[in-house]
Every structure is written in C-alpha cells, then in structure tokens.
Design a binder for this molecule. Structure first.
Ligand code: PMP
Length: 425
C-alpha cells in the first residue's frame, strides 16, 4: 500500500495556553475508563504517561471489535474476514503515514521502538560498519538507543562517541558537531528525552549530519505522543516510534526509513509474509516494507493504534502540545514550593516530564509513599544509566503528564509530595 507524501505541515507547535482553550478537556478525560478508578482507596492520579499512556475507550473498543467481528490473518486468506483484517491492518499503516507525514510504503510496522532501532542496527549498520568507523550517540539516550549500537560496535570493531549535555539538560550542540568527524557513519539521537523532557532540535541536527554524510536515527518515542510531527521535514534517515505511549496498544511501533535504505537493507527476520517466492535454491523477498514484517503481525494492536491516531488527530496534536505545556508550567511552579526539591532538566524546549529528587530521600521511597496516596509516578534509572551517572545519582523520581491530566491532579500530587517529604526527612 502506498500513501503519498504530503506537503510539510504549515503550523509550528502551539505554545502554552494557545489553541487548547476551546477544548473540553474534562470530556476528553472521560474518554479514559481507567482514570476513573481508585488506588489504595484514593482517586488515581496517573503521572506516568512517559512510561506508558492510558487508552481511550475508542481504542479499547476497536481492539474488541476486531476480535469479535473481523479476526483473521492478514495477506493470506481470500475469504471475507481475511480481506477485512488485511484492509484494517493496512488502513492503520495509512493513518500512521499521514500522522508522520511520510509514505506508507516507507513504514515498517513492528513491536515498538526497541524493535525498530534493532532493525536499523542489524539490517543497516551491521553489514556496513567496520573497524575504524564510529557511531555518535548522546548522553541522554534511552538504553534502546545505546545497547543495539554497542552490539554493532562489538561485532564490527566500530567505536562509539558520546555527545555531552549542558547543565540544564540540553544537548551541547557544539560538542555534538565537533564529534561528527569523517569516520562517523551514524548518529543516534532522541527527539525528546524521557528523563529530562529536553526537546532536541532534530531538524538542525539532521541537516548538520547530512552535510557531513552521517546517517541519522531519531528515537521519536517521547515526541510522537505529544507534538505535531513532520518526519519528512526533519530530514532524518530513520525515525522510530512506539504505539503504547501514544494511546495505542502495547506491542505496536513503527520504523520510518528512507526508501533507498529500505531497498538496500537485507531482511532482519525471515519467515512467512516477507517473501515473493521461496525455493531451496534461492528465495525472493517481498518489497519493503513487507520484507521486514515476517510472520503474523500484531493485527489487533495496529487496528487499535489506527484508532489511537484518529483519536489524537481528532483532538489535534497542536492543542495536545499546548495543553501539556500549560500542565508542565503549572507543575514546575507548584514543585518549586517543595523545599529541597531538585529538578533534573530545565532546558528551554521541554516536554511535560519532570525528573526530581527531594534532598536525600530515596526515589523509590518517595514513589512508594506517593503510591499510597494514589499518585503514580515512576522512580528508577528510567533506562538511562549514562544520564544517571552524569548526574551522580542512582535514580530519580519522574512525573510525566499527558493531555488527560488536570491541574487539580497536579495540585494533589504536590500536596501528597509535601506530606511524604515530612515522613521521610
Ligand atoms: N526510547 C525512549 C526515549 C523511551 O522512552 C522508550 C520507552 N521507555 C523506548 C525508547 C523504548 O520503547 P519500547 O519499550 O516501546 O520499545
């Protein structure tokens, strides 16, 4: 299936307060059944959306409807159900293509960002890199954008160089560009940091990398759920997203790649669905993207992700961004009143994620006591050990916000934090 590339999106993301005012956010919150539940006898305050997002009823219903009424395997059967399942699965690809502003035949549907980045590592990098080559990563990468490259480096003899961050948690761009020397073949950068919230200027970074002949891999896991995306305009070579953080089911994700890369890359996994003809004297692979989609895919998951894309687009990604910026501003202000609280990551361009510690209290103790108050935040290393090493801490707490959160929830979170702080310190 092929979806034409659209013109670049005209509007930059709205900033705090703009555009979101006309939306009934209370009604939108009502779309999320789980947010109505209680935890430990208290109303749930879910502030862990950077970990995984909650699902609106339309997504749950779409998965339910698929299994109740349309379930069959894709691309195999000629019967009615097989056609319906294939059409629903390919319709999701088309929706994702429009969401990212790319062509559908450049999208590999997979299980998530981790799979997507490993696909690039094994299929693009492993056959190409050799001793003497280098890979550049940044200090703020998630393990999913570090370990696959370490595996490639181990096998090829390539080395890894790491771009530094500044005190406020922004990328040190001068340092990054100084690392892009001729032996560098690949640059891996997160669009938005899952720990610091920093929004990296990926368009500029990709332009600089491209000028130097460096292939760019962008981890868009924390960008796709929160802001309008125009992958075509970013100018990268690869862009990975995960469905479960953007209102979709777990086990769904997408790798976008330039067509010329997809055409040259060998398959990562072999099996059914990814071939044109199999003979013992030689197999002919299917064209991309199907060449990379061996076996039965997560059909119901992608039907759900398609519904999630419709849902997010229906609200409008610019309005979602503006709403979350307003929540972030409110939370940052409210947390500044908690004595001894230190925020990690205060870059000017920041998504709605706040990592923090309170004096000497351990992150897990804070999160455990907050849970008893009904407040769900994450504590730990957030799959970013090198970032924790940079700050000299084993763990942080992280509150992350989504458009379905409310200002009242943030006030309840900060009040609970004041209470548990007294218990711990
Ligand atoms: N990169 C970033 C920045 C993330 O936040 C995450 C999820 N925590 C991942 C990659 C991995 O995503 P997944 O587990 O869905 O593959």
């Amino acid at each position: 299936m092929s979806v034409e590339r659209r013109a670049p999106l005209p509007n930059p993301p709205l900033r705090a307060g703009e555009g979101a005012d006309s939306i009934d956010w209370a009604a939108i919150r009502d779309d999320f059944p789980l947010l109505k539940r209680e935890v430990h006898g208290k109303p749930l305050v879910y502030l862990d959306s950077a970990n995984t997002g909650q699902k609106p009823a339309v997504v749950i219903d779409a998965v339910d409807d698929f299994f109740r009424n349309h379930n069959a395997n894709v691309s195999r059967a000629v019967h009615a159900l097989g056609t319906e399942a294939t059409e629903a699965y390919e319709a999701a690809r088309g929706k994702l293509a429009r969401f990212l502003n790319v062509r559908g035949d450049e999208l590999v549907l997979c299980s998530g960002t981790t799979f997507a980045l490993n696909l690039v590592a094994y299929s693009w990098a492993l056959p190409r890199l050799k001793a003497g080559d280098a890979i550049v990563l940044t200090r703020m990468e998630h393990h999913a954008n570090i370990v696959p490259w370490q595996l490639v480096a181990e096998r090829t003899g390539a080395t890894i160089k790491v771009a530094a961050i500044t005190d406020d948690g922004a990328l040190d761009l001068d340092h990054l560009y100084s690392l892009l020397t001729p032996e560098v073949k690949l640059l891996g950068v997160t669009h938005v940091s899952n720990v610091l919230g920093t929004v990296n200027p990926v368009r500029e970074i990709c332009r600089e990398a491209r000028r130097r002949g460096v292939v760019t891999v962008i981890d868009g896991s924390q960008a796709a759920p929160h802001r309008p995306l125009d992958v075509a305009a970013i100018g990268c070579d690869f862009y990975a997203i995960t469905g479960h953080k953007m209102a979709g089911p777990t086990g769904t994700g997408v790798l976008w790649a330039r067509r010329e890369h997809l055409a040259e890359m060998p398959p990562f996994l072999g099996g059914g669905e990814m071939i044109k003809e199999v003979r013992f004297d030689g197999t002919v692979y299917a064209d991309a993207p199907h060449k990379f989609e061996a076996g039965t895919p997560n059909i119901a998951g992608f039907v759900g992700l398609g519904a999630a894309v419709d849902y997010l687009t229906g609200i409008g990604m610019a309005a979602i961004d503006a709403r979350e910026q307003a929540l972030l501003a409110h939370a940052t202000q409210a947390l500044s009143e908690v004595q001894g609280l230190r925020i990690f990551g205060t870059a000017r361009e920041k998504a709605a994620v706040i990592s923090f510690l309170v004096e000497d209290a351990h992150a897990h103790d804070l999160a455990t006591l907050l849970d008893l108050e009904g407040v769900a935040i994450r504590s730990g290393h957030h799959c970013a050990h090198p970032l924790m090493q940079h700050f000299g801490v084993p763990a942080t707490c992280r509150a992350s916000f989504a458009f379905y959160n409310t200002f009242e929830e943030i006030d309840a979170f900060v009040a609970a934090l004041q209470k548990v702080r007294k218990l711990l310190l």
